[in-house]
Write a protein that binds this ligand. Structure first.
Ligand SMILES: Nc1ncnc2c1ncn2[C@@H]1O[C@H](COP(=O)(O)OP(=O)(O)OP(=O)(O)O)[C@@H](O)[C@H]1O
Length: 258
């Protein structure tokens, strides 16, 4: 069963077609990678799914719900969470508070409750703290809960971003270059962790990644973008040997006999 269906998706910036008539179907419960050379349109693709940009053409559906015209916070509420290529944490608040930011979007108590510290808001705050702690434990950061997020190691900051995304209980988790800047040990741990999330949490994972070893090891399905177009899709073994993909990464001379 598919959870995400993207059809004919197109986004232009001035004369540049960043995403060009892209069709992609993601199966529920799968781990899917979107790869492609720099500037291929991968992050724009995520930005179109999450409502940061509206497409010029095409459709994005989560299950049977079209996401076109919806604002990012509505799309988050529909069950899509993401992390960013450049880590986006609040650096001057604690690790625990960073996860609570994700949860607050879901809390019921409104402005009046916040202003007057009603019983409801106090109870919700306590629940949010407990839940945030749970997600910190899940990603292995519980012992850092009171530290400033900016003092965490790079790998830990990436895990904190994932904890914040998981706190919204997404159906679909989009990870934009989760292994960027990680050392080989951190990347190996991340690979295991992505598998564990899928097993434990019934979440579908789509990741953009340049680390091909991670991509080939983890993905069930790979989509390849180049100059905004989908040039290939398939299982890792198919993608590894695909002439168009090798050309896109290495240039035509790499596959043209001398
Ligand atoms: N807001 C924008 N305004 C103008 N051009 C943009 C904008 N966002 C992206 N682009 C352009 O669209 C193209 C695709 O960019 P995008 O960031 O989606 O690529 P990418 O595949 O994620 O690249 P990378 O792997 O380097 O992160 C690039 O040429 C980029 O310069």
């Amino acid at each position: 069963m598919s959870i995400l269906t993207v059809s004919n998706l197109t986004k232009q910036f001035g004369g540049l077609v960043a995403v060009n008539s892209v069709d992609i179907t993601v199966e529920k419960g799968s781990i899917t990678a979107v790869i492609g050379p720099n500037g291929a349109g991968k992050t724009t693709f995520f930005n179109l799914i999450t409502g940061v940009y509206q497409p010029d053409k095409g459709n994005v559906q989560l299950g049977s719900t079209s996401l076109i015209g919806k604002k990012p916070h509505d799309i988050a509420r529909q069950g899509i969470a993401r992390t960013f290529q450049n880590i986006r944490l609040f650096s001057n608040i604690t690790v625990l508070e960073n996860v609570m930011v994700g949860l607050h979007k879901q809390l019921r108590a409104g402005l009046v409750g916040t202003l007057f510290q009603t019983k409801t808001i106090r109870e919700e705050e306590k629940r949010a703290q407990e839940e945030a702690y749970h997600w910190l434990e899940y990603v292995g950061l519980a012992k850092h809960l009171n530290e400033d997020a900016q003092n965490l190691s790079y790998g830990a900051q990436r895990r904190l971003e994932i904890a914040r995304a998981l706190a919204t209980k997404p159906k679909l988790l989009l990870l934009d270059e989760p292994a960027a800047g990680m050392n080989p040990r951190e990347t190996r741990e991340l690979t295991e962790f992505i598998h564990r999330m899928r097993e434990d949490l019934d979440v579908t994972i789509v990741l953009i990644e340049h680390d091909m070893r991670l991509v080939m090891e983890i993905s069930e399905q790979i989509f390849v973008l180049d100059h905004g177009e989908k040039i290939a899709e398939g299982k890792p073994a198919e993608i590894r040997n695909n002439v168009k993909v090798i050309e896109a990464y290495l240039g035509k001379s790499a596959v043209t006999p001398a």
